[in-house]
Design a protein around this ligand. Structure first.
Ligand SMILES: [Fe+2]
Length: 384
């Protein structure tokens, strides 16, 4: 048999009100030292930051709050937070927010033990410092899966998006409180939920896929099929929100072990040319490429994904089922009329061939030839 490595999964605590247990979890990990709370500044009106602070203080912990970043965090912002973590001698980091907040929190905890800036470690140029601070992730969106991956993405001074990667970046504990997600508007619930679904589908059908990881991917697909429409239609439904939180965390485990594939290649290429939400971009890319991918389903991986999505165990069922779900949750499939006509199929295809997008192309199970790129680019830009 072919060998595999199923990486460690953080301890997961889920339930309505689970954020109130942040203090006891952090106290265990920090040994009583101050805890840095890296929180998305956009959470202000929700009261989530105050609730997390109260939980930490109730456990007798001093809180060092850091909110100095926005979406697409910069390496400089991570450096500022890591310097603060060192000067305040924090013993653990708790991250609260969407993917950006979790990425900042993970990076700070990994980089705080040494003085070198984040860019020093970009793209695994240098090994991460030993002895990372323990970290806890409490997501308020259900999509990126950052809470269960070893990756963070930061923007460098030159504007390039680069990743930091390593076991030192992985959370030790994850807190999933569905009450933190009820304020997420329907269009973002849909787009982030589709991102989680694409993670799950790509990581159980790509060239790296293996059976032990399929368990998480298939569970994530089933959870999205069952809960995403309800979470979009009834934002306050805690069962639906909880289902989507678990789906995103499981799909994060899926990509942490096996990565993504051509839909993420196209999604990243598209988003670098025009402002399209990442979840929508990878959703449209999967829609455009699934028929081509399922036509070569020799090992039945796409058939198994179709079954998880509630269809018969036949690969050809998957594109239609995905299409219906995408439209049901209100994701706009056509990119026409959005004022970006300068994005031609040729430009998009060139971007898909760029070195930074090569790993996602390579991991696709069916080999993607150069001539396929333009065909896919046309399909993504012209589907309706
Ligand atoms: Fe993604």
């Amino acid at each position: 048999m072919t060998g595999f490595v199923l990486d460690r999964v953080p301890g997961i605590t889920q339930g309505a009100g689970a954020i109130d247990r942040l203090g006891e979890i952090a106290a265990r990990l920090s040994g009583g030292a101050p805890v840095m709370l890296v929180a998305d500044p956009g959470l202000g009106p929700s009261g989530a930051i105050e609730r997390a602070q109260a939980a930490l203080r109730a456990a007798g912990l001093e809180v060092v709050l850091f909110t100095g970043f926005k979406s697409d965090p910069t390496a400089a912002q991570v450096d500022d937070a890591a310097a603060l973590a060192r000067s305040e001698r924090v013993g653990a980091v708790a991250a609260l927010g969407g993917g950006s907040a979790l990425d900042v929190g993970k990076a700070v905890a990994a980089l705080a033990p040494a003085a070198a800036p984040a860019e020093h470690y970009a793209l695994c140029a240098n090994p991460l410092p030993s002895g990372p601070l323990p970290k806890i992730c409490a997501p308020t969106t259900s999509g990126t899966g950052s809470e269960t991956t070893r990756t963070a993405v930061v923007t460098t001074a030159s504007g390039a998006k680069v990743w930091l990667w390593g076991d030192e970046m992985k959370a030790d504990a994850v807190v999933l409180d569905p009450t933190l997600c009820v304020g997420l508007p329907p269009h973002l619930t849909a787009a982030t939920g589709i991102d989680a679904l694409v993670h799950a589908i790509e990581s159980c059908t790509n060239a790296n896929a293996f059976e032990a990881n399929d368990i998480y991917c298939h569970a994530a697909i089933r959870l999205v099929a069952r809960h995403l429409p309800r979470a979009v239609e009834r934002p306050e439904d805690l069962a639906a929100r909880g289902g989507m939180q678990l789906a995103a965390a499981f799909a994060g485990i899926g990509i942490d072990n096996c990565g993504t594939a051509i839909a993420h290649n196209i999604g990243h290429a598209l988003a670098s040319l025009r402002p399209v939400h990442h979840g929508r971009a990878v959703g449209l890319a999967l829609l455009a490429t699934l028929p081509w991918n399922v036509a070569a389903d020799a090992e039945g991986r796409f058939a198994a994904a179709a079954e998880a999505l509630g269809e018969r165990r036949e690969a050809t069922r998957l594109p239609g089922a995905f299409d219906r779900l995408l439209r049901r949750v209100g994701v706009k499939v056509s990119l026409a009329g959005e004022g970006h006509d300068d994005v031609t199929p040729e430009r998009l295809a060139r971007q898909m061939a760029a070195p930074e997008n090569a790993p996602m192309r390579r991991s696709n199970r069916r080999p993607v030839e150069d001539e396929d790129l333009l065909v896919f680019a046309r399909a993504v830009l012209r589907q309706s």
